[in-house]
Design a protein around this ligand. Structure first.
Ligand SMILES: *[C@@H]1O[C@H](CO)[C@@H](O)[C@H](O)[C@H]1NC(C)=O
Ligand SMILES: *[C@@H]1O[C@H](CO)[C@@H](O)[C@H](O)[C@H]1NC(C)=O
Ligand SMILES: *[C@@H]1O[C@H](CO)[C@@H](O)[C@H](O)[C@H]1NC(C)=O
Ligand SMILES: *[C@@H]1O[C@H](CO)[C@@H](O)[C@H](O)[C@H]1NC(C)=O
Ligand SMILES: *[C@@H]1O[C@H](CO)[C@@H](O)[C@H](O)[C@H]1NC(C)=O
Ligand SMILES: *[C@@H]1O[C@H](CO)[C@@H](O)[C@H](O)[C@H]1NC(C)=O
Ligand SMILES: *[C@@H]1O[C@H](CO)[C@@H](O)[C@H](O)[C@H]1NC(C)=O
Ligand SMILES: *[C@@H]1O[C@H](CO)[C@@H](O)[C@H](O)[C@H]1NC(C)=O
Ligand SMILES: *[C@@H]1O[C@H](CO)[C@@H](O)[C@H](O)[C@H]1NC(C)=O
Length: 781
């Protein structure tokens, strides 16, 4: 009954205005107010330090928002119900709870209250004090990635900075959290001690894969960036009047909005260039900035595509965040301003002016909302806005996330339809050219269909291939995965193209998780009945003699024999390798279960049980090393807790690299790197048995992935035969060997005769079953 009454009590009043062209339509949200039910505010009621109200919307979850003003309201239904002001539990003992900054990180609110950071998990309805911050902080900053649940995207949403605004930058402590604010640690910024000025903010610019520190000095501000190649340069300085609030617009496009009562600036490249927003009042008046237009900003809102400003003069200004536009247009005034009013976008082209209304009878506030339909207002002939030249811009890639690994490319397609007789200029912008090393190239072709000219756009993106040839100014560290967005927009579009959103995709320049390496196993020991597959699967184990292995990989003989259970599930049947053949595995790249190519680049091998009964055909000298090559011993010494299998693309340094300055002091040590420019091979000792190898692709330029796997081989043919195998399996082998020795002698002679050709045909047939032997036969082994 009570529940029914509660639901029935939800009312929605709609007061239509009597004006011809109202700016917005007023209605009040009032729900759940039943006389004998009184909710109580528990804990200490929070309030926002600023005079102006502000609204933070969750970029990924449309109905989640936080209103900051004289009271704080947190909604999970986009203010469609009356709300109690947000309060912090008394047990947190914050005192007079002044909130200076807030951020929504995925499913938690990160709040700075009285210079400490608190976390409110709204899904679990639990409060926590965050750990690791030792000094006072005033602000938090972060971003949310809505493109996918890819780890790269999830990490973005989990990253939060906390800092003290206005502190001397050279000695301040900035804190970083990758746990949505639960736990912070000091953020080490390399050149911090050299920087001059006070701190205006710390931000993670994911669209540029850089951390930016805003430095304020003598009325000017500029960004300093953390990562190569921008670490040595600053953004261009800009006027810094008042205390600028900084909005990072959703979608990781690198668009920043800086605002204060008397200024409004925007940047499209994560602060490298910042310029004032122009203001258009009527068709003939254009001001170059907010201060020139003599406006006093009260509230600012932005979504991925649009910007809106509410001024104390009771006016609403609107602008598009399209690639080339940067001006606001004034909408006719109306009585919309009050101290508690805040702006928010509810959808593209739709916004609301939200004002909390206290209720004398109930502690819960109601909300007065005034809804604005931008498209309808722009149609007003008084505004003299040109009609949109475009009818359609669409592409499958919008709002998706893609991965580009090294040596891969990405092709995106879009469709653009102009109004009949109009022409459009498509424009694609990459937010982080350093990461891709390339601008997007648009290929356009037009065709006529149903009397309309349509334009197909193909956008091609690929990572510039390095191999040392890339311009170092144009590529960030190749060892570090980075991110970028690509945005396709129409350069010459009017402000009236409200519904024609630019198309954006996020590109992670990093490991393509679908890539795997597979070792070619053409002649397996099971096929030739040397090992019995049934036996191998039946909890098979084998013995490694104590003088053939070292469990600590130092090449010292062990004290006892090792019984190794064979992991058939993981390794399958070992491939067959004749002991006296210099050998190198054939490594294949597979993606999404499909073969891509044979990997020719540098890799390393290590027998996982510490077998050391093999070496390499080349030495540092014969491999023509300029520097002392790395080897497993030197890698393990420096690997710390990642031992022993720690050799990978991150720590590999080629001995052929001209920048490698380690002197070549031991030219005769074995060269342990296979593949790449050398013909290095593995040479086995005279010992039969199973070897299980760990293989790691170490070339840093091949892929961002750590391509590694384990595989097994069976080395055969050495005398005396290994004790672990029955002689029965060896004898046929010897026969095969002797036969092949005879063939290797007899066949080259035979081939020159007619009879020999028939003979060759026979062998080609046989080759299909036994390619390796055939390679020997052709004299390639
Ligand atoms: C948050 O605090 C609660 C107790 O108040 C505790 O049980 C929980 O582990 C804390 N969560 C984190 C992530 O620290
Ligand atoms: C920028 O980073 C690169 C590569 O990490 C480094 O070599 C260079 O010294 C750094 N520059 C500055 C000014 O710190
Ligand atoms: C900052 O203030 C100065 C002087 O008060 C003014 O000339 C300048 O235009 C202002 N800058 C911005 C971006 O508002
Ligand atoms: C700016 O506006 C204020 C009041 O809104 C007015 O007093 C002042 O004269 C204006 N200044 C200019 C330069 O228009
Ligand atoms: C909306 O309602 C409020 C109070 O009822 C009023 O002050 C304001 O002028 C109205 N706004 C519009 C646009 O009609
Ligand atoms: C765009 O790609 C499609 C399919 O790959 C192709 O048929 C078309 O010719 C391409 N158009 C241009 C202009 O490159
Ligand atoms: C990199 O940039 C610097 C300064 O912008 C320039 O002097 C240098 O020539 C550039 N290097 C290359 C390889 O283009
Ligand atoms: C292999 O060993 C496991 C436990 O060590 C046992 O459960 C399983 O039955 C054995 N399999 C065969 C085929 O003997
Ligand atoms: C590894 O390299 C070091 C020199 O860097 C050399 O002293 C050592 O003998 C090498 N170890 C092996 C097993 O080749």
């Amino acid at each position: 009954m009570l529940v029914l009454m509660l639901v029935a009590a939800a009312t929605l009043r709609l007061c239509l205005l009597a004006r011809a062209q109202p700016l917005c339509r007023n209605h009040t949200v009032r729900t759940g107010k039943v006389f004998h039910i009184r909710q109580q505010i528990q804990g200490d009621q929070l309030y926002f330090s600023s005079m102006r109200a502000h609204l933070i919307k969750h970029p990924c979850k449309k109905n989640i928002a936080l209103y900051l003003g004289r009271q704080i309201f947190f909604t999970t239904d986009n203010f469609r119900s009356s709300l109690l002001p947000l309060s912090i539990p008394a047990s947190m003992k914050v005192g007079k709870p002044e909130l200076t900054s807030a951020h929504i990180a995925d499913s938690v609110l990160v709040l700075v209250v009285n210079q400490k950071v608190y976390i409110y998990d709204y899904e679990a309805n639990s409060w926590n004090t965050s750990l690791g911050i030792e000094r006072p902080v005033s602000h938090v900053s972060g971003d949310n990635c809505c493109y996918s649940r890819h780890p790269f995207c999830v990490d973005m949403s989990n990253s939060v900075f906390a800092y003290l605004y206005g502190d001397q930058i050279s000695q301040t402590t900035v804190y970083f959290s990758n746990t949505r604010g639960y736990k912070f640690q000091k953020f080490a910024y390399e050149r911090q001690a050299e920087l001059v000025g006070s701190l205006g903010g710390t931000f993670y610019f994911h669209s540029l894969s850089q951390v930016g520190l805003l430095l304020i000095d003598q009325g000017k501000a500029r960004f300093s960036y953390s990562e190569h190649p921008l670490n040595s340069s600053f953004g261009l300085p800009f006027d810094y009047n008042g205390t600028l609030g900084i909005l990072i617009t959703p979608g990781q496009k690198g668009i920043l909005i800086f605002w204060f009562e008397k200024s409004l600036l925007v940047s499209r490249n994560s602060g490298q260039l910042v310029y004032p927003v122009h203001v258009r009042e009527g068709p003939n008046t254009l001001y170059s900035s907010i201060s020139e237009a003599n406006l006093t900003i009260h509230s600012v809102a932005a979504n991925e595509y649009e910007l809106a400003v509410l001024t104390q003069e009771n006016n609403l200004y609107y602008g598009s965040l399209g690639i080339l536009s940067s001006s606001l247009i004034k909408f006719a005034g109306q009585n919309i301003w009050s101290q508690d009013a805040a702006l928010m976008f509810t959808d593209v082209g739709r916004m609301e002016i939200l004002t909390p209304v206290p209720d004398l009878m109930f502690p819960a506030f109601d909300f007065q909302k005034c809804s604005v339909n931008i498209q309808a207002i722009l149609m007003d002939p008084q505004l003299q806005v040109d009609v949109c030249k475009a009818e359609l811009l669409e592409g499958e890639f919008d709002n998706k996330m893609y991965t580009i690994d090294m040596n891969s490319k990405l092709e995106l397609t879009a469709l653009m339809i102009p109004r009949p007789g109009m022409s459009l200029i498509p424009l694609a912008m990459v937010s982080n050219p350093h990461s891709l090393g390339l601008q997007a190239i648009i290929y356009e072709d037009g065709y006529t269909y149903d009397g309309n000219t349509k334009h197909r756009l193909n956008i091609s993106l690929k990572q510039q291939h390095h191999w040392g040839r890339a311009d170092p100014n144009f590529t960030s560290s190749i060892k570090r995965p980075t991110g970028s967005t690509i945005t396709l927009d129409i350069a010459n579009k009017e402000i009236s193209c409200v519904d024609l959103k630019p198309l954006t995709a996020f590109i992670s320049v990093g490991c393509d998780q679908e890539k795997k390496i597979v070792i070619q196993n053409e002649i397996s020991a099971c096929q030739d009945n040397i090992l019995d597959p049934v036996g191998l699967q039946d909890n098979y184990s084998y013995i490694i003699e104590r003088d053939a292995y070292d469990p600590s990989f130092q090449g010292q003989k062990a004290s006892e024999d090792l019984v190794v259970p064979y992991e058939y599930e993981k390794l399958g049947c070992p491939s067959l390798v004749y002991w006296d053949n210099p050998w190198k595995p054939v490594v294949e790249l597979w993606r999404e279960g499909k073969f891509q190519e044979v990997i020719e680049t540098e890799f390393v091998l290590l027998e996982v049980h510490g077998l050391f009964t093999y070496t390499y055909s080349l030495t540092a000298q014969t491999a023509r090393c300029k520097a002392q090559p790395q080897n497993w011993t030197t890698i393990m010494e420096t690997a710390g807790d990642r031992r022993p299998f720690a050799w990978d693309r991150e720590n590999y340094v080629s001995c052929h690299d001209p920048d490698n300055e380690v002197p070549l002091r031991w030219p005769n040590v074995p060269y342990q790197i296979l593949g790449g420019p050398t013909a290095n091979k593995v040479i086995f000792d005279q010992r039969n048995g199973i070897y299980v190898f760990y293989i790691s692709i170490v070339d840093p330029y091949y892929s961002y992935c750590h391509l590694e796997t384990t595989f097994s081989i069976y080395v055969y043919g050495a005398f005396p035969p290994s004790v672990i195998l029955a002689a029965v399996t060896i004898i046929p082998l010897v026969v095969v060997m002797l036969l092949s020795v005879w063939l290797a002698y007899a066949i080259p002679k035979l081939l020159h005769t007619e009879k020999g050709l028939k003979f060759k045909g026979f062998w080609i047939h046989l080759c299909r079953r036994c390619r390796k032997a055939c390679a020997c036969f052709r004299g390639r082994c």
